[in-house]
Design a protein. Structure first.
Length: 299
């Protein structure tokens, strides 16, 4: 029996050594993990975001790596932050809310207009099969591409270009998410929506509404879901013709609400507002539809 006992005792140091080796090989704990969890619980879930996949993505993606080092300590605060080039990363709740509105299941191809830091694209990459992202500022596009690659995110393709005309070679898209506010929805983006596809886009000048546009058959439905404040959609959109006044074939481009809304990219809005739903109306890719340009700002 003594040899047997000795052999068992001899296994103890080996087992302990194996545990120590496994611990040494384990990646270091993320010091920001608790902050992300708190962000999701207090800023996002508490405000009504319910999609478990969206909540999981917000918990997983390291937001602090998408802001300058000087802003990293504030990365999980309930506000947008500057990322350089006069642009910002959107308030966490706005990122989650817009993402949830796309209703992604994991099989979709999504177009994002306004890559910014790449944070919104990284969230979308967790939820869709492929993400195409356009950024008008080349320095931001290059930095976002490098950041996404460093984080091992392989299903995002970034292009430095004006997003007004979308990405026609890769159309149609199951979802389109725009992170800058045009005064009118760009007709090319409407045309690039797949059948039953959904677009989430802020629309308006000073007073802006976040709109969800869905393609149904030969037409589109549109609803306003949240008052917001985003940076302007720049580029070709700035030279787009103004919408016709109501009563002459046109339609209002800004909701009647005068409330200042939650803050998106580049925004400095007022009190956070809960989603406000309005009745649906038709939207068509013509000169009378809400038009717009694209934003080069962060997400």
């Amino acid at each position: 029996m003594l040899p047997v006992r000795g052999s068992r005792i001899g296994l103890v140091p080996l087992a302990l050594g194996g545990i120590a080796l496994a611990a040494a090989c384990r990646p270091p704990a993320d010091p920001m993990e608790k902050k992300r969890e708190q962000m999701v619980e207090t800023q996002i879930a508490a405000r009504g975001i319910r999609d478990p996949r969206v909540l999981a993505a917000m918990r997983k993606v390291p937001r602090h790596l998408f802001v300058p080092a000087s802003e990293a300590a504030s990365a999980y605060d309930d506000r947008p932050l500057p990322i350089g080039s006069g642009q910002t990363i959107s308030q966490p709740y706005v990122v989650a809310f817009m993402t949830e509105q796309l209703r992604l299941t994991g099989k979709e191809r999504v177009l994002e207009i306004g890559t910014g830091s790449g944070y919104q694209a990284a969230i979308l990459a967790e939820l869709a099969a492929k993400v195409y992202s356009i950024e008008i500022r080349s320095e931001l596009a290059e930095a976002a591409t490098a950041r996404l690659k460093e984080l091992g995110i392989r299903n995002v393709e970034v292009r430095a270009a004006d997003g007004y005309r979308g990405w026609p070679e890769e159309a149609p898209f199951d979802g389109i998410l725009v992170t800058a506010a045009p005064e009118r929805v760009p007709p090319p983006l409407l045309e690039q929506l797949a059948s039953t596809g959904r677009m989430v886009i802020p629309v308006g000048a000073f007073y802006q509404e976040l709109k969800v546009i869905e393609r149904q058959g030969g037409g589109y439905t549109e609803k306003s879901v949240l008052p917001v404040r985003f940076v302007p959609f720049v580029g070709e959109a700035e030279g787009a013709p103004r919408p016709a006044p109501p009563g002459r074939g046109g339609r209002p481009i800004v909701g009647s609400s005068r409330r200042r809304g939650v803050r998106g990219g580049g925004g400095g809005g007022g009190p956070r507002a809960k989603p406000r739903r309005t009745s649906r109306s038709s939207a068509r890719p013509s000169s009378s539809a809400p038009s717009a340009g694209r934003r080069p700002s962060p997400s």
